[in-house]
Ligand binder design. Structure first.
Ligand SMILES: *[C@@H]1O[C@H](CO)[C@@H](O)[C@H](O)[C@H]1NC(C)=O
Length: 288
């Protein structure tokens, strides 16, 4: 099974050897998001020849920490995070550009860049100064540890990734409805088979998908109380194309990494309603 990571970094890497682009960088068949409707969405940017370029998305989980994908981080690169971004082509006012110190990139210790399907595609980034929270910049709520969404849960992907396989990067944040495909369905042989693990979430599988540049960004899912929780970190799509039928976009399942996130970031229980005690029956267990 050929997997395609969704980061722009990989997209620009030479010699991928696949017929279509290898990295997903944009939401396919989505729409312009309502400005600042996903106020925890960040743009992760790397420095090249003195300028910064969008490579991945991410989610602000505390005023000082962002969660993104492991494959978005290269220890040799210099990064910055932009909060409060909507149209990347316009200086709109709410943007906060925050540099990242080299020692503040924490990729999951079990992430293996040679084995995307092994999972653990998650990383934490500590901001060099705290986010200023307000209408345009707010914290993501995370689900309780072990929480599993039902099939067809109506989640939304958001990101500045490619508009279609090999297509352009949008300047305005995109969003698309991406219903969850539960593990039972997603792991069937004519879907993702054994490439999908219980520590992942599948969503989509028809015309809409994440694409290169969406990596690391959120899968936003409605909670029972009407709030949104970030259940996924965008990880990979099929190398045959971002919106290949029965190859849903695959996310790292945030609820499998709550323990690791708390351990690394010091995120305190009680900050968000999401951090209720783990439910006995709900989960596949903590991964880490
Ligand atoms: C990473 O994955 C590759 C490919 O599956 C495997 O050969 C290698 O042993 C793995 N590395 C580690 C450290 O587990």
């Amino acid at each position: 099974m050929m997997l395609r990571l969704l980061s722009f970094l990989l997209f620009v890497a030479p010699g991928c050897g696949y017929p279509s682009t290898q990295i997903s960088s944009r939401v396919v068949n989505g729409q312009d998001a309502v400005p600042y409707s996903w106020p925890w969405q960040v743009s992760l940017q790397y420095k090249s020849n003195g300028a910064f370029y969008h490579t991945c998305g991410g989610s602000l989980i505390t005023a000082d920490w962002v969660v993104t994908a492991g494959h978005c981080i290269s220890s040799s690169r210099t990064y910055q995070v932009v909060l409060g971004e909507y149209d990347r082509a316009v200086e709109e006012g709410p943007e906060q550009v925050i540099p990242i110190n080299a020692g503040d990139l924490f990729v999951h210790p079990r992430w293996n860049s040679s084995c995307v399907a092994c999972g653990n595609d998650i990383a934490l980034i500590k901001l060099s100064s705290s986010a200023q929270l307000g209408d345009e910049v707010q914290l993501a709520s995370l689900p309780p540890a072990g929480d599993i969404l039902p099939n067809e849960a109506p989640c939304y992907i958001s990101g500045w990734g490619r508009l279609y396989t090999g297509g352009p990067l949008p300047t305005k944040l995109q969003e698309a409805l991406l219903p969850v495909v539960d593990y039972e369905h997603c792991s069937q042989s004519d879907w993702w088979g054994s490439s999908v693990k219980t520590t992942m979430v599948c969503a989509g599988g028809d015309t809409r998908a994440g694409c290169n540049g969406d990596s690391g960004g959120p899968l936003n899912c409605p909670a029972a109380d009407g709030s949104w929780q970030v259940h996924g970190v965008t990880s990979f799509v099929s190398s045959r194309g971002c919106n290949t039928l029965q190859k849903p976009t695959v996310f790292t399942r945030v609820s499998a990494f709550i323990g690791w996130i708390e351990e690394v970031s010091g995120r305190r229980a009680g900050r968000a309603p999401a951090l209720a005690p783990p439910r006995g029956a709900g989960g596949m267990g903590e991964n880490s």
